[in-house]
Design a protein around this ligand. Structure first.
Ligand code: FES
Length: 232
């Protein structure tokens, strides 16, 4: 029977931060919306709760199947119908719904269409093109996308090259003062995802905005930064 540490995939002497990171990673892996099952999801939740409650290696592991829920009272055992598993809670973080600008161009859609994301949701696009993920608070959007195995364009990671530009269609994503976007693009909702973090619970963003002509004019070629990185 797996111990709570084995279920989370962490060493028993991992510190609190590593345990929280492992829990978040496992929750994302086994979340029913991501192809996991309610059973797996509950196993991970229960493992984390046991560690938080002071579980130590060697302690007995009381219930291999947390999906079964608490034991019913002896009197009711035969009569009570099995409890429906509760809906799993929303994952932690800020929800980001994303869409590739190239899909907008290919489909002849408009960035200004208020139903743009509804159209994308109905269009059977692959996960690299359209989908959602959860970003941690204060986490730059580009980093959050990469944590979710998405490969969005970037080069400098410092607010200088505009390769990572996104358009915020819904939600708020403030930007630090050090960026190269002119006010007219900023006012249109263009942001640099390498240095900007979502602050709204629900965001809609279009990535790959480097293909928008006004953004393309500001692009510094990625090869410059690859050269700089290779000489680091
Ligand atoms: S990667 Fe260069 S501005 Fe973001």
């Amino acid at each position: 029977m797996e111990s709570p540490f084995e279920i989370l995939g962490v060493d028993p002497d991992a510190d609190d931060a590593d345990i929280v990171d492992a829990y978040r990673d496992r929750v994302k892996e086994v979340h029913p919306d991501q192809g996991g099952s309610v059973h797996e999801f509950r196993m991970v939740q229960t493992a984390y709760e046991r560690i938080e409650a002071g579980y130590q290696p060697g302690d007995p592991v009381p219930d291999p199947d947390p999906a079964a829920g608490p034991e019913p009272a002896a009197d009711d055992e035969a009569d009570e119908p099995a409890e429906e598993p509760a809906e799993p809670p929303e994952p932690d973080g800020l929800r980001v719904e994303y869409l590739d600008y190239e899909a907008i161009v290919d489909q002849g859609w408009s960035l200004d269409d208020p139903d743009l994301f509804e159209a994308a949701a109905d269009a059977d696009l692959d996960e690299a093109t359209y989908g959602e993920f959860y970003a941690a608070e204060d986490q730059p959007l580009l980093e959050a996308a990469e944590d979710n195995d998405l490969h969005w364009p970037f080069a400098c990671r410092g607010g200088a090259c505009t390769n990572c530009a996104v358009a915020v269609v819904d939600g708020e994503m403030p930007s630090p003062a050090s960026h190269v976007l002119p006010p007219e693009l900023f006012d249109k909702g263009i942001r640099l995802s390498c240095i900007s973090a979502p602050v709204s619970d629900d965001m809609q963003v279009v990535f790959n905005m480097k293909h928008l002509p006004e953004v393309g004019e500001l692009l510094l070629p990625a090869s410059r930064f690859e050269q700089a990185r290779s000489s680091e």
